[in-house]
Design a protein around this ligand. Structure first.
Ligand code: PLP
Length: 365
């Protein structure tokens, strides 16, 4: 990174591309000679409308979002979607299915209990969330209105490599993609809803993106607050109330950057290269470092690992920070080390980390 910037392995808010930050820096004071900061403009003015419209069309291009899907820019984080999903997609008496492959899926499942009748169709808790089953290993309710998954578990580092087919009557698959959104191509048409907080791969915190098939909009439960009603937001093109203008603007810059990089196929290639370098180093360490996640479902984005001598973990994290590699501490619920290597983490950051890991091992073996 440039002089004072560190390699930031945080899980979110996470590192952003430096070229994007530099671009934003100039727009902060005077956006395209408008005489105003991007943060000072009316969300109903033509300047901001051009920003949100371009962000949407670039995201549609990146993910090849089919025309029968809405793209919404909302607030409240992915956590708010844990409630909005059941409120919009089912009645309080409806059955819905949840596969729980980590802490975030579990939170989504628990929140849904307030608004409908969720079934836990599979849980990885007994295996400390290190696996994903093959999809014929668990039953789904034929009456379920949707099947919910968390596509990438940020804390446990477990990522779906292909997706279950929902077997409920409406065949609706819903995915929390907060931590692997835009990290690889996705066939949007397989999903009823995809939602993602921006602050890992595509922007700062403050905006949550929802991609939803249009026929699923318009049936919200009567108690649904307006701010959680997808129809309100779709009818108003995400401008029902004041949107998180700055966060949407930043996402737009990131989408532009991802398109310039060649789109999500080329982004995925870079992500695969970074992840295989890091997992290869862990697996090749003769047990000094260990990743508990089953190989076939290891996340390309969040790489949790432990040290065989666990009393060395604090020193590992401290020494790494001294060398400009920060935020490597594992989530407080699981401990250990976690390196989040989202789109914006350059290969050089991962190369520096693995060189440090080898040195550290040589010193302490
Ligand atoms: N889902 C996943 C997979 C996450 O990683 C997170 C946050 O880290 C959330 C949901 C919650 O997101 P937010 O803090 O934006 O509500």
């Amino acid at each position: 990174p440039s002089q004072e910037r560190v390699f930031n392995f945080a899980a979110g808010p996470a590192t952003l591309p430096e070229n994007v930050l530099l671009k934003a820096q100039s727009d902060l004071v005077n956006w395209r000679a408008s005489g105003m900061s991007i943060m000072e403009m009316s969300h109903r003015g033509k300047e901001f409308l051009s920003v949100i419209q371009k962000a949407e069309s670039d995201l549609r291009a990146l993910l090849r979002v089919p025309d029968d899907y809405e793209v919404l820019f909302l607030q409240g984080g992915a956590t708010t979607q844990f409630a909005a999903i059941p409120l919009n997609l089912c009645t309080s008496q409806d059955s819905v299915d949840y596969m729980v492959t980590g802490a975030w899926g579990d939170k989504a499942f628990k929140e849904a209990q307030k608004f409908c009748k969720p079934n836990l169709v599979w849980s990885g808790k007994a295996n400390k969330y290190t696996t994903i089953p093959s999809f014929d290993e668990f039953e789904q309710d034929p009456d379920a209105k949707y099947l919910h998954i968390c596509a990438n578990e940020t804390i446990h580092g477990v990522e779906f490599k292909n997706y279950p087919v929902p077997k409920g009557k409406d065949k609706v698959l819903v995915a929390d993609m907060s931590s692997n959104f835009c990290s690889k191509p996705v066939d949007v048409s397989k999903f009823g809803v995809i939602y993602a907080g921006a602050q890992k791969n595509v922007g700062p915190s403050g905006v949550t993106i929802v991609i939803i098939r249009k026929d699923l909009i318009g049936n919200a439960q009567a108690i649904t607050p307006v701010m959680l009603d997808f129809k309100i937001h779709a009818d108003n093109k995400s401008l029902y109330n004041t949107p998180p203008c700055f966060a949407i603007y930043m996402c737009g810059l990131v989408f532009e950057d991802l398109l310039e990089q060649g789109g999500l196929e080329s982004v995925e290639k870079k992500n695969l290269k970074k992840a295989s370098l890091l997992y290869g180093t862990i697996d090749g360490s003769g047990g000094f470092y260990k990743c508990p996640v089953e190989k076939s479902v290891r996340s390309l984005m969040n790489v949790p690992f432990t040290l065989e001598k666990s009393d060395l973990e604090a020193e590992f994290i401290k020494e790494a920070a001294k060398e400009g590699m920060v935020q490597l501490k594992g989530h407080r619920s699981v401990g250990g080390v976690r390196a989040s290597i989202y789109n914006a983490m350059p290969l050089a950051g991962v190369e520096k980390l693995v060189a440090f890991m080898k040195d550290f091992q040589a010193k302490h073996a």
